[in-house]
Design a protein around this ligand. Sequence first.
Ligand SMILES: Nc1ncnc2c1ncn2[C@@H]1O[C@H](COP(=O)(O)OP(=O)(O)OP(=O)(O)O)[C@@H](O)[C@H]1O
Ligand SMILES: [Mg+2]
Length: 312
Amino acid sequence: MEEKQAVSRKILDFLQQEGINPEILKQIRAFLDAHPAGNPDRIPTPRYAYYGNEIWEQALTAILCGKNLLLAGGKATGKNVLAQNLAALFLRPMWNISLHVNTDAASLVGTDTFQDGAVTFRPGPVYECGAQGGFGVLDEINMAKNEALAVMHAVLDFRRSVDVPGYGSLELRPETRFLATMNYGYAGTREMNEALASRFAVIAMPTISQDNLERLLSEQYPNLNRKTRGLLAGLFFDLNKKCLNSEISTRALDLRGLLDAVDLMGLGLNPAAALDMGITNKSFDPYERQLIHDMIAARIPSKLRCDQVFDR
Ligand SMILES: Nc1ncnc2c1ncn2[C@@H]1O[C@H](COP(=O)(O)OP(=O)(O)OP(=O)(O)O)[C@@H](O)[C@H]1O
Ligand SMILES: [Mg+2]
């Protein structure tokens, strides 16, 4: 438990250094004093910090106000990283609930099960989360059918209760919050029901800023030399600009892919090839692929070797 408390303090220090409003920090401390930490095995230890002060302030204020949060934005904008950081900061056990077309009420709330010759209730993640005052991450919420999510209405609004037919209802512990994530408009997603959306405070997750991307690269890859860091961040923002101008699709604008490429370089793969694997080849249109390949070649010479990318 001390370990998790240390992580929470570290995130609080980070927020202070970032210049987050001191009033918010004071309220976080008050929350921590008022709500003892939950089951430590379920409190996450985030691998990455989330960068972006405005978003931090919006998210923290909503949580402190008792709201549920919907993080909406493109791929790899740090939605799950932020959710993990919030659970770790507030010392809340976290449930990751991945939603999909076959999600139904029983898989969220719980279901009857046969045990030792008797029918008993096996709680689902939403029930557990509410009973233990956790943070429930409803991942990719717009992949689920709206009918399946109707059961969440009472959970997410002022009633704050989980109804289980035949077993009565559970009142959520006061520190319980639900954090939903969604990519809008991607294949397999649906239009989110208005009644559901109305139960969340919504944050439009932006693409990371260029400064923050450079910081992220230097945090995650301390060996990566400064010049390469600049080149990679520049490349990402070239792609971003082309996407905004609709010259290329958003397929190749993939921060996760960029970071994967740096991992591959770390194991000795040629940087240009690594970037093709992480970025270029995410596009399946030959014309677009060539365009992206050329953009990368303009910044990262194909002769560049991985030992020129890292300071050893
Ligand atoms: N603002 C940011 N601060 C820190 N890391 C970020 C930020 N934006 C993106 N990342 C990085 O992008 C990667 C993906 O983050 P994450 O998995 O949270 O994205 P996501 O928004 O949930 O994506 P998806 O919609 O594809 O699930 C991580 O390596 C994360 O560190
Ligand atoms: Mg995600």
